[in-house]
Design a binder for this molecule. Structure first.
Ligand SMILES: Cc1cc2nc3c(=O)[nH]c(=O)nc-3n(C[C@H](O)[C@H](O)[C@H](O)COP(=O)(O)OP(=O)(O)OC[C@H]3O[C@@H](n4cnc5c(N)ncnc54)[C@H](O)[C@@H]3O)c2cc1C
Length: 262
């Protein structure tokens, strides 16, 4: 690990101030990605601005027809939130499948979305539920947020403060986990909200995406697995590694989507 200056923010304004006055800073949430990156000397920031004390980013509240989840909510807190369990049980379930107990206790929804790992679980829910990401500057729609592998619409220093998830009529999540890390090799989040079906897929490609062929097949809102069972998705552009070939991932997208709705 290279040397850096550690700074602990006392408020959102303080975090922004500390970030904007440093040479080459990074925000620190739970450190589940950033700390290993620093330990391997893959990054060399001048300053670390720790968000741990920002309690206003750790709230989960009902807001109109949606649930707002603060950026510093750990996966564990989303998993056990009575509000999330009642209104969007598939989201609580997803949070409970992430990594292991240490990762779920330290890792945050804001850190996960800002990082945008191709296999991160939350992006599938953000896309499937048509959530919006609130930052200190603006609101970014799900469809505009994930730009590519580890790339998002966030600008330099832009702070995610919360995520607003519309409450669906029904939703389901299923993933096929890597047996070592528990990251999804493929994960599918299917949701019907106000009569419209959306399908968010993670793990399959370089970046989470919506599977529009399934959305079209379920355009009548029926969520009948037979309507997608014969859809053979192309494997072009999908990830291929020692865990699964692109062809196998394409197959898993269909299987996970059907398991999600079952
Ligand atoms: C062993 C292991 C298994 C895992 N398994 C899974 C899994 O199955 N599914 C899954 O989805 N994830 C998995 N993860 C990732 C984990 O869930 C974390 O969400 C992810 O690593 C981000 O961690 P963090 O929230 O601690 O953010 P950090 O590591 O602190 O930060 C990550 C990045 O986000 C930036 N950042 C953090 N917060 C904000 C914010 N509010 N606004 C703007 N930028 C911000 C930081 O500057 C940094 O660049 C796993 C991680 C490990 C180590």
């Amino acid at each position: 690990m290279y040397d850096f200056k550690y700074q602990r923010a006392s408020s959102q304004a303080d975090a922004k101030e500390k970030f904007s006055t440093a040479d080459d800073p990074r925000y620190l949430a739970g450190g589940m990605t950033l700390v290993p990156v620093l330990k391997q000397r893959l990054d060399n920031p001048s300053d670390i601005v720790d968000l741990s004390d920002l309690d206003d980013l750790k709230e989960i509240t009902k807001e109109g027809d949606g649930i707002r989840v603060g950026a510093m909510c750990s996966h564990h807190n989303v998993n056990i939130s009575e509000l999330v369990i009642k209104e969007i049980p598939a989201l609580a379930k997803l949070a409970g499948t992430i990594g292991d107990p240490m990762v779920r206790n330290r890792g945050t929804i804001g850190g996960s979305l800002a990082n945008n790992d191709p296999a991160a679980s939350y992006p599938s829910a953000v896309l499937g539920l048509n959530a919006s990401i609130t930052t200190d500057k603006r609101t970014i729609n799900a469809d505009d947020f994930f730009l590519g592998m580890f790339e998002t619409a966030l600008e330099e220093g832009e702070l995610i403060t919360s995520v607003l998830f519309p409450i669906p009529e029904i939703a389901g999540y299923q993933h096929f986990p890597n047996p070592a890390s528990r990251y999804p090799i493929v994960g599918a989040f299917v949701a019907k909200t106000a009569g419209k079906v959306r399908v968010g897929i993670t793990g399959a490609g370089p970046c989470a995406y919506r599977e529009t062929q399934f959305e079209e097949a379920w355009a009548d809102g029926s969520l009948d697995p037979q309507k997608i069972i014969d859809i053979k998705l192309p494997s072009d552009g999908l990830n291929s590694d020692i865990h699964a070939s692109a062809e196998y991932r394409a197959h898993l997208v269909n299987v996970m989507a059907r398991r999600a709705i079952s």
